[in-house]
Design a binder for this molecule. Structure first.
Ligand code: HEC
Length: 378
């Protein structure tokens, strides 16, 4: 370790950082240049143990002061593990909540002083962007604080919505939001919006619970849940009404399926589905999509280098490119170098619980319509 540190000190001295760098840097432009050089220099020392070398520590601290309030400051504090600089990070976080480095700052604060983020969120008037950035850190402490923000009716709506948005990003958080809704901790238009968002998350149990809430929300409580199969098949269905129900935007069938030229090219085409599946199989396909996923329609969760995750079908793949199709039919192409991982998902991309806003008669009509979609005789 010792020779490395000596080398490091020599490197700093050679660049004028240790001894006279700050004297030269009186002119503002030069100060900027020298700050840049100093940052570059100390970056190379990343991982060095500063506790054994007071000179080196002092040099790094000076560079941190030089770039105070800049993203580089966040990077250096984190990389050199300067725990007593957490207050500087808190100031940065509040002044630049929407910048990428804000999330890095919040992550480091969470590591060193987990309660600090909670305290920030508990303050009065927190910028929505700040809530979003802190929300990306995750963890129990943060989630609990976000739930508090989400349910405080005396806070402005943007703050509460930012907290809810951050919670919905993780399964545990989404489950908390669901509990909040069930306990009527949210109401009115925000609640309706949140329920819609929860119906799109990728955790099937949360989606279907949200579907049930949506059903209750529009006052169809009596029909929510599974239908009595025998009763459905006894009911006379109306093809015309079924066709209308199939096209209801709220059911979203056409955002994933095509009938003729209508709808999006994503899931299997349904134009001739009645020739393939009888009413019973159609019932199962809608009620429990994950039970029999059609070949080639398995869902993949693809993790990208920039942290984004995309849920879709893999429509093709070469040595250098992965092509995904997502709900709505858009085709997204990613260079393989961007793709960090991909996991096959057990549940179908087709959400369970789509029937939950429908009455038994609606459902019987829908099945009758689908069963009537048959190949046209030549
Ligand atoms: C988010 C996209 C999505 C939505 C919305 C969606 N589906 Fe699907 N659906 C799929 C995918 C993908 C499959 C194939 C995988 C599977 O079988 O689960 C599928 C399969 C099916 C099948 C079985 C097809 C076969 O060839 O076996 C039927 C029937 C069906 N969907 C009907 C519907 C109806 C009716 C609606 C509206 C109430 C609907 N889907 C909404 C994506 C969707």
């Amino acid at each position: 370790m010792r020779p490395i540190l000596c080398g490091a000190t020599a490197l700093l001295r050679g660049l004028g950082v240790l001894s006279f760098g700050w004297v030269i840097a009186s002119h503002e432009l030069m100060a900027q240049d020298s700050a840049q050089i100093a940052v570059e220099t100390v970056r190379r020392l990343k991982g060095a143990d500063l506790s054994g070398n007071a000179n080196l520590k002092a040099a790094v601290e000076r560079v941190v002061d030089q770039v105070r309030g800049k993203p580089e400051m966040v990077e250096l504090i984190r990389d050199f593990d300067l725990k007593d600089r957490v207050p500087d990070l808190v100031v940065y976080l509040k002044q630049h909540p929407a910048e990428d480095a804000a999330v890095d700052a919040a992550r480091y604060i969470a590591k060193v002083d987990p309660k600090a983020l909670k305290r920030i969120l508990a303050e009065e008037a927190v910028a929505a962007a700040l809530i979003t950035s802190i929300g990306r850190v995750g963890g129990e402490e943060v989630e609990a604080a976000l739930v508090d923000v989400a349910r405080s009716t005396n806070r402005p709506l943007p703050e509460r919505e930012a907290a809810i948005g951050a919670l919905i990003g993780s399964e545990a958080g989404a489950a908390q939001v669901l509990r909040l809704l069930e306990a009527k901790g949210l109401s009115g238009e925000p609640a309706a919006r949140v329920i819609r968002d929860l119906q799109k998350v990728r955790w099937p149990e949360i989606r279907s619970a949200a579907g049930r809430l949506a059903g209750a929300e529009v006052g169809r409580g009596a029909d929510v849940g599974k239908f009595d199969k025998a009763r459905i098949f006894q009911m006379a269905g109306d093809v015309r009404r079924g066709a209308e129900i199939f096209r209801r935007p709220g059911l979203a069938c056409l955002t994933c399926h095509q009938v003729g030229r209508e709808g999006a090219d994503f899931g299997p085409r349904l134009g001739e589905i009645g020739g393939k599946l009888g009413k019973e199989a159609l019932y199962d396909a809608i009620m429990d999509p994950s039970a029999g996923i059609s070949f080639g329609y398995e869902a993949w969760l693809v993790g990208l280098r920039d942290g984004e995750e995309v849920l879709g079908l893999i429509s093709s793949e070469t040595d250098t490119e992965l092509v995904l199709k997502v709900a709505g039919g858009q085709v997204l192409r990613y260079p393989k170098s961007e793709v960090l991982r991909r996991d096959k998902q057990v549940p179908s991309v087709m959400p369970a619980g789509l029937h939950e806003g429908l009455s038994a008669q609606d459902f019987a009509d829908l099945l009758t319509y689908l069963a009537a979609l048959k190949p046209v005789a030549p």
